[in-house]
Design a protein around this ligand. Structure first.
Ligand code: IMP
Ligand code: MG
Length: 185
């Protein structure tokens, strides 16, 4: 695995800024769902770190479930929009308030697909919370209810977000200079 210092472009969001914003989102979501029960749906694996921190800032009763999707087809470092479900929910979401938690919305294809799929199961409500929004990359319209940070059109890693499954453990979010990045064979 290549040392990230060899390809890092810049730190976009540092640890302190993440901590502050995640706490704000937790408080905002708690107010929005006051007096109601909530099911948090974590989209694995990128949403894992964010979900773990976010839920510890919730002051309302909530349960947790996970889903894993992968996109396949063209583009290794971009989503193709052909989305496969690797791991489905264990919870029957009919009649529940569901909040989907995702790392990044880019083209919007992944979220559009999962939202469509979950809506057919007739939850009471369905909202979306993303850590990072690459607004200018949107190809499919998706309604995102809570956004951590708007970021520029750069490939990012850290705080749960990977490059070839590595670097998820880093406490900050950084952009990568992909010309300098070398995939471990
Ligand atoms: P979308 O379907 O194009 O909106 O892509 C969303 C998914 O692509 C996210 O859940 C991420 O897994 C992945 N993704 C998008 N941008 C990045 C990035 O900069 N770094 C790592 N993964 C990314
Ligand atoms: Mg993802």
């Amino acid at each position: 695995m290549q040392d990230y210092h060899d390809f890092i472009d810049e730190v976009l969001v540092d640890e302190k800024a993440i901590e502050t914003r995640v706490a704000e989102l937790g408080a905002q979501i708690s107010r929005a769902y006051a007096g109601q029960e909530l099911l948090i749906v974590c989209l694995l694996r990128g949403g894992l770190t964010f979900t773990a921190d976010l839920t510890r800032h919730l002051t309302i009763p909530h349960t947790l479930d996970c889903m894993s999707l992968s996109s396949y087809g063209v583009g290794h470092y971009a989503s193709s929009g052909n989305v496969r479900v690797n791991l489905d929910l264990m919870t029957n979401i009919e009649g529940l308030n569901v909040l989907l938690v995702e790392d990044i919305v880019d083209s919007g294809r992944t979220l559009a697909h999962v939202l469509h799929m979950l809506k057919t199961r007739e939850p009471k409500s369905l909202q979306v919370c993303v850590l990072l929004d690459k607004k200018y990359r949107r190809e499919v319209p998706v309604e995102v209810d809570y956004v951590g940070f708007d970021i520029p059109d750069k490939y990012v890693f850290g705080y749960g977000i990977d490059i070839d499954e590595h670097y998820r453990h880093l406490r900050f979010i950084a952009s990568a200079d992909m010309k300098k990045y070398k995939k471990t064979p």
